[in-house]
Design a protein around this ligand. Sequence first.
Ligand SMILES: *[C@@H]1O[C@H](CO)[C@@H](O)[C@H](O)[C@H]1NC(C)=O
Ligand SMILES: [Cu+2]
Length: 323
Amino acid sequence: MLAVASLAALVVSVQQVAAHGGVLYYSNGGNWYKGFTPYNTPVGQVTIQRPWNAYDPILDATAPTVSCNDDGSSLPAGQQLTATVAAGSSITAYWNDPWPHPTGPMLTYLAQCPGSTCTGVNSNTLRWFKIDEAGLLSGTVATGLWASGKMVADNNTWTSTIPASVPNGQYLIRFETIALHSMPAQLYPECAQIEIVGGGSRAPTAAELVTFPGGYRNTDPGLVVDLYGQAAQTQTTYIIPGPPLYGSGGSGGSNPVPTTAAPGTTAVPTTAAPPPAPPPAPTAPAGTVAQYGQCGGQTYSGPTGCVAPYTCTVLNPYYSQCL
Ligand SMILES: *[C@@H]1O[C@H](CO)[C@@H](O)[C@H](O)[C@H]1NC(C)=O
Ligand SMILES: [Cu+2]
């Protein structure tokens, strides 16, 4: 009887493994780091990764767990390690093999911790900036090559470079893949602790920083993609969710990224004492929507007219945008 019960439990756990997963290892500069082992007690686990307890996706992009998975709090000091990582070097995250979801973006974020260690720091209190992003690499939304498809092809790994300009310090690095094969989108974030050395002096700007939760809305165009609808057959653009890329003004990928700050936000200079905040930009007349603003969609009830010269463009049934 006992053997039968154990077998049933094993079958359930194997099915979970087959359906979803997360980051199991990291590598950087020739060093190999084993991640946390979910479904196991944290007792005795020693790793740079923040603990996470299930292979399940996060389906609410505003959930507290969106920062570092469920629940992402650190191991006790002594068990929670921090990898030393050189600015300018690349760091690779290894998802379980095979990663089952080849349709969606890949994103990598950093958040600096106050004080001398990230151990014990609540990831929900940090401000994150995006150092890497890739979405639809080629083809159409329905049948094209997605960044997560490339991740699967590359031995279920994604490699991001720590920008050389990032200041030294204690950071959480947050690798994320988002799977779009069903709605709501499935978010798979995972965090690890790193100390960046040999870095630069460009702090992220205010416009580049977000909190998690806070960085995404469930209505973000990149989270409400219908892969199976009519529009996806011909659509070749995909808007990656989250803030503008650190140090950007543009993206390295094929995705349109706003090159101007969102209305009402102002990039803060990184050096010198801040001058008094400039007066807010004049608000658009009622009933008009600024560039990149939402102007339509199935559950949308706001204004639908765009500020000249932009036109309201249907990106999918759930989201139209002034472009
Ligand atoms: C592929 O990933 C596995 C971990 O999933 C790792 O052990 C192996 O070394 C990787 N292979 C290559 C060629 O990098
Ligand atoms: Cu899954």
